[in-house]
Design a protein around this ligand. Structure first.
Ligand code: OOG
Ligand code: MG
Length: 254
């Protein structure tokens, strides 16, 4: 238990001070269950400082991301109100260690979810879909980690921006997705790269949330995972993403 508490505290401090730490797995052996326990404990530290859980994010749901980061499995993390950046707003570069942006799709949940849902049941609990950008910022030096390291670090979650919500009427299984820095496309993919269909990522989120006793409240936001590589942002930049058929989403880095 001391290992879990100390590690959670170190990760929390690293995030607050924007100062990276060494990979945990280079110093200690720990398993997947312990990794999620560290994540949960570190979240308790955020909640104690007043942050509120507003949703969940899925990670490594595309092969592009798995290959970029050298990992082999899906992961999930927690999003708080303090991470939510207004669409068109800004992030302060100095509050991050080495932030990267990635284009995503977000779901808005209309009813509390406490059990694993089927794909058909997922359609019944979503009342909005939007283009989104996730800003990830590993608390580990050089953005290097094992699967358990990144889980413990709340899956590198740091900030996210969501575009205008649209009713979940259109097909989203094969939409063009782009990430742009100052109007130049820096990464491009398709929503089909997200497990073949982003709805399957939401379904996986319900399975994992149920398995880890994390209810998904009505009003929660679920990020389905990036369709492309994540790219490093710099201060002074305008970052945006497009998902065809959806409204634009973007922010500036100051
Ligand atoms: C972990 C987060 C992965 C995604 O969308 O695949 C993730 C990382 O790459 O640091 O958010
Ligand atoms: Mg992501």
């Amino acid at each position: 238990m001391a290992f879990i508490i100390n590690t959670a505290q170190n990760l929390h401090t690293a995030a607050r001070k924007a100062t990276p730490i060494a990979q945990i797995s280079s110093q200690a052996k720990f398993n997947l269950e312990q990794a999620y326990a560290i994540q949960e404990f570190a979240m308790q530290l955020r909640y104690r400082e007043g942050e509120k859980l507003v949703g969940l994010k899925m990670g490594f749901t595309s092969t592009a991301k798995m290959q970029q980061m050298g990992v082999h499995d899906m992961i999930w993390g927690r999003l708080t109100d303090a991470m939510l950046v207004q669409n068109g707003g800004s992030i302060t570069f100095s509050k991050f260690i080495h932030p990267r942006a990635e284009p995503e799709i977000a779901f808005k949940i209309s009813k509390e979810i406490t059990t694993e849902l089927t794909l058909e049941e997922c359609y019944e609990v979503v009342d909005g879909i939007a283009a989104a950008i996730e800003i990830i910022d590993s608390r580990y030096q050089n953005f290097k980690f094992s699967l358990n390291d990144v889980i413990a670090d709340n899956c590198s979650s740091a900030a996210f921006v969501v575009g205008d919500w649209q009713k979940p009427e259109q097909q989203i299984s094969d939409l063009g997705m782009k990430l742009l820095f100052d109007d130049a496309v820096v990464a491009e993919g398709s929503s089909a790269d997200i497990l073949g269909n982003p709805w399957l990522s939401l379904q996986a989120a319900t399975r994992l949330a149920a398995q880890y006793n994390q209810p998904i409240a009505a009003g929660s936001i679920i990020l389905a995972g990036a369709a492309t590589n994540a790219e490093f942002v710099k201060s002074g930049m305008q970052v945006s993403a497009t998902v065809s058929g959806f409204g634009p989403v973007g922010f500036s880095v100051v």
